[in-house]
Design a protein around this ligand. Sequence first.
Ligand SMILES: NC(=O)c1ccc[n+]([C@@H]2O[C@H](COP(=O)([O-])OP(=O)(O)OC[C@H]3O[C@@H](n4cnc5c(N)ncnc54)[C@H](O)[C@@H]3O)[C@@H](O)[C@H]2O)c1
Ligand SMILES: N[C@@H](CCO)C(=O)O
Ligand code: NA
Length: 438
Amino acid sequence: MSQQAVKVGLIGLGTVGQGVIRVLQKNAEEIARRVGRPVQVTHASARDLGRPRDTDLAGITLVADALSLAREADIDVLVEVVGGQTVAKDAILAALARGKPVVTANKALLAENGNGIFAAAAEAGVPVAFEASVAGGIPIIKAIREGLAGNRIDSLAGIINGTCNYILSQMTVKGQSFADALADAQKLGYAEADPTFDVEGVDAAHKLSILASIAFGMPLSFPAVACEGITKVTAQDIQIAQTLGYRIKLLGIAKRSAAGVELRVHPTLIPDDQLLAKVDGVLNSVLVQGNAVGQVGFYGRGAGGDATASAVVADLVDVARGLGAEAHRHVPALAFQPAAVQALNLLPISAIESCYYLRLRVADEPGVLKGLTGILAEHDISIEAILQKEPRGDDDATVALITDRVAEQRFDAALAAIQALPFVREGAARIRVEHFKD
Ligand SMILES: NC(=O)c1ccc[n+]([C@@H]2O[C@H](COP(=O)([O-])OP(=O)(O)OC[C@H]3O[C@@H](n4cnc5c(N)ncnc54)[C@H](O)[C@@H]3O)[C@@H](O)[C@H]2O)c1
Ligand SMILES: N[C@@H](CCO)C(=O)O
Ligand code: NA
């Protein structure tokens, strides 16, 4: 067994980059036993090389810029944990062009540019590994691509943004404000460089497009993901949902049926006795429905330096074991052979069916419930639960209800008619409701 180390070039020495160095150092012996030889970061590049860091950089050659590292350094594999589009993409393509495999945690880059990057990797005959890009430390990519390869996957759904789950959990359990919970998530290293990607659902949409591709064998289709974040979820809705027996979570959902594929990210009420409702803090969880295995669930830390590094290092182990192997021996990037990846019919959100939570501010006067239920009945929408709260201080009351399943278009038509009622005030909240099999 050759003892020459596998030489890793690392670009980005932030939360994840430093985690990768720590995990490779901490578990060096176990990793060498798994690979057959040591795996070491030999070159690294950061925007500010002089910045003091807690991580031990002894023995690592610091290179002034990321592109030089990718192009010129004597490395066997490039790890990209810079984030963003420009430098990350140029460095990855430069490494691939030189026949170097790549490991990346960059879901934004893959969601936007993955089809081109995977084509370049196929051309170069080397892998691009991306386990850390979805659900942090949970080995969800490997599980879907390899562990569930015997199934036709019909759907998947899950909590795939740690920052949003942390914020919603803190608001629900500790009564913390949205702004304070977000600031904590940033301090803990969970949030993206631009946290609007997290709270507006964009990061979850990036991840969902990656999961859908490897589950259904379709090209990355990020622009087709219907995306709503958590910025409009209020403490009042969280509290009413709890009273009705639900928790609010940001979910990513991908489903395929004869009609086509639905891809959506949005806040969702989930019955509080179901698995996903109990996943709190930075934890992520993904449920996958396969036609042979049934439902499989995955659960673990979705963000943070060491948890994400766990996935990056697992990819490094895979890549290191396969160095020099013929290209056809690599697991295909999108789980299906490139020629078998097929564009599928993507459904607009208006065609999608779900149950709805609706919360309204209404005048405290007789006939309100009759007016509301009348309009829902006219649109053939049944009500599962309804709750009325007397006014406190001002003249308005609150009505909240949960509907049966209905197509979005029909629900929106009913909502427009409800909002036109003279006793309904501005500021309705409407959140989708999903029930999962445990
Ligand atoms: N933090 C997490 O929990 C987490 C989890 C999964 C995936 N990711 C992904 O991992 C990547 C890195 O995230 P992070 O949280 O470590 O971010 P970060 O901001 O902590 O680190 C990024 C580092 O890259 C450096 N950098 C920026 N431009 C550079 C350049 N041109 N050359 C060299 N270095 C440069 C920055 O100075 C920073 O230190 C992102 O793609 C992110 O989406 C993060
Ligand atoms: N910002 C991301 C990092 C992990 O991908 C999250 O909060 O889930
Ligand atoms: Na993962």
